[in-house]
Write a protein that binds this ligand. Structure first.
Ligand code: ZN
Ligand code: ZN
Length: 289
């Protein structure tokens, strides 16, 4: 294994344990038990495991049921919904998907998300939202229909809503306002600027910051973190993606959360303990565990 692919070393553990509010353990190497033990050794005592399709959502619920420190979020990812309706451009033909009744297939998949959302170990519906980076214009209708359905499911079950917003800030905010956001809404991997952070603050939306807040070119993100109300700020890895500096490009995992927490504390001008304490309280409130 070259050093580029090697897992970064265990950081100095946090004095006050926090939660990784968004991770994908099913996309990381090693077992769930190993990941949780390593996270705990770094002062990361809780993780929210996020499903992106039916298989991943079922797995998230099962994993949360088996581990008290894991909570599940279930959804069809914004890039998954168009695949269900239109067919996977890399797989079976789009024509085939239409003939199979793509909208009906999406309804069937949403019914299964609805069923999973009722489970007590499932604390959130998401990640859902809009992704104009990966999904082209032909997929927008399916993406939006799926997003609106997830909002409705979250509200009906009284669960948190986890938002994936990639290059779609205005439309995500508009649809949330049109549908009426659930009481607890989390923008995962928050990617807006300070202006959007003020809009989220007014609406009471939580903003979860990932390792990219440490990236050199991410000053707008740090400006957003600086103005966000402290009681709406969360931290996440979105692992295996977005590994914080100085390990950018190497595999990410929940045990690396302390690096991002320390960077966030510096941006806020508060000590690590105050940052960790706020994050721990905020995450428990956002996901109601
Ligand atoms: Zn996402
Ligand atoms: Zn994610």
């Amino acid at each position: 294994m070259s050093s580029k692919d090697a897992p970064p070393p265990l950081p100095e553990p946090l004095g006050v344990p926090v939660a990784d509010s968004h991770t994908h353990l099913d996309m990381q190497s090693g077992t769930v038990e190993e990941a949780l033990a390593k996270a705990a050794a770094a002062g990361v005592d809780t993780v929210v495991q996020v499903g992106c399709d039916l298989k991943g959502s079922r797995w998230a619920a099962e994993t949360a049921a088996a581990h008290p420190q894991v909570h599940a979020a279930v959804a069809l990812h914004p890039n998954e919904a168009p695949r269900i309706v239109l067919g996977d451009p890399d797989g079976w033909s789009r024509q085939g998907a239409r003939e199979a009744g793509g909208d009906a297939a999406l309804d069937d998949a949403l019914a299964e998300i609805d069923r999973l959302a009722a489970l007590p170990e499932v604390k959130a519906v998401g990640e859902t939202g809009l992704d104009f980076f990966r999904t082209g214009p032909e997929g927008i209708a399916a993406q939006e229909r799926s997003f609106r359905a997830h909002i409705e499911i979250a509200k009906r079950h009284g669960k948190a809503l986890v938002i994936h917003d990639r290059e779609a800030h205005d439309d995500v905010l508009r649809i949330l306002a049109e549908e009426g956001a659930p009481e607890r809404t989390v923008f995962h991997c928050y990617s807006g600027d300070a202006g959007m952070a003020r809009i989220c603050a007014d609406a009471g939306y939580h903003m979860s910051f990932a390792g990219n807040v440490t990236f050199k070119n991410a000053q707008p993100l740090r400006d957003a973190l600086a103005v966000a109300p402290l009681d709406l700020v969360l931290v996440e890895t979105d692992a295996p993606f977005l590994t914080p500096v100085p390990y950018r490009g190497r595999p990410n995992a929940p045990y690396l959360v302390p690096i991002t927490v320390r960077a966030m504390a510096r941006v806020r001008g508060i000590d690590e303990e105050a940052m960790s304490t706020a994050i721990a309280v905020n995450t428990a409130r956002a996901f109601d565990y």
